[in-house]
Design a protein around this ligand. Structure first.
Ligand SMILES: NC(=O)c1ccc[n+]([C@@H]2O[C@H](COP(=O)([O-])OP(=O)(O)OC[C@H]3O[C@@H](n4cnc5c(N)ncnc54)[C@H](O)[C@@H]3O)[C@@H](O)[C@H]2O)c1
Length: 238
């Protein structure tokens, strides 16, 4: 980890902020990318770049700028995502569905392409996307979100095989509910429901996410690509 040059997309909040802090403490050179109006943690002296992952050009420009700032690129971690409303599928507006797909799935494609453009020529790299247990099992009243995360899982499996002999690995993490600002819009009842379906009986923490991601982007994690790591307190059944 020491000396690795890392760009974290969606670094201002939740999992991205925790991963940022852990990897920097481990000796990596880390820059953060997030929306121009993102609220960053007060105590984080983060080198920042504005990006909207729903805009491919914006992603390419931000990853290019991050790479120039770092003097190269070894690792890209994509934590940008949106939950969208929890509502019956019949009531979901087409614009809402499109926005969730554009950010979560379109964003994952944009980040992957921008990262590959820099990593493939070097013969080494690690790309990690935060998918979701929703993409494996489907969460009711979160059909677009679940579909977007299933799409991320499919993309990671395909791209992993495609570039398996390149030295660049691409993997996903599939967390169950993790206590972050993403869940701020849920009612207490909805939060309790999400914790109750986790066999460990609790939500995960951003620290647990960061610890797993640190391993997946390490140089030791060299024989795993196109894989989806479970982080679900026992909820995942495959
Ligand atoms: N919290 C959970 O329970 C949970 C569970 C499974 C998966 N996830 C996924 O984990 C990832 C991280 O979520 P989190 O819980 O840390 O949420 P969070 O809301 O704390 O952080 C998400 C970050 O993404 C950024 N972002 C949103 N839209 C963006 C865009 N268009 N362009 C660039 N950045 C954008 C936000 O500004 C924010 O900083 C997301 O992909 C989320 O879907 C979360």
């Amino acid at each position: 980890m020491t000396g690795d040059r890392i760009a974290i997309v969606g670094a201002a909040s939740g999992m991205g902020a925790a991963i940022f802090a852990r990897l920097r403490a481990g000796g990596a050179a880390v820059v953060g990318l997030d929306l121009a109006d993102a609220r960053w943690p007060d105590d984080a002296p983060v080198t920042r770049f504005a990006v909207d992952v729903a805009d491919h050009g914006s992603v390419r420009a931000a990853i290019d700028a991050a790479t120039a700032n770092l003097g190269g690129l070894d690792v890209v971690i994509n934590c940008a995502g949106t939950l969208g409303p929890v509502e019956p599928t019949l009531a979901a507006a087409p614009e809402t569905i499109q926005r969730i797909l554009a950010v979560n799935l379109g964003g994952a494609f944009a980040v992957t392409q921008a990262a590959l453009a820099h990593l493939l020529p070097t013969g080494y790299g690690r790309i990690v996307h935060i998918a979701s247990i929703a993409g494996k099992e489907g969460n009711p009243e979160m059909a677009a979100y679940s579909a977007s995360k299933a799409g991320v899982i499919g993309m990671v499996k395909a791209v992993g095989k495609e570039y398996a002999d390149s030295g660049v690995t691409i993997n996903a993490i599939a967390p169950a509910a993790i206590d972050t600002p993403l869940l701020a819009g849920l009612s207490d009842e909805q939060r309790a429901e999400r914790a109750a379906i986790i066999p460990m009986g609790r939500m995960g923490t951003v620290g647990e996410v960061a610890a797993l991601v640190e391993y997946v982007v390490s140089r030791e994690a060299s024989f795993t690509t196109g894989f989806v790591y479970d982080l679900s307190g026992g909820r995942a059944s495959y």
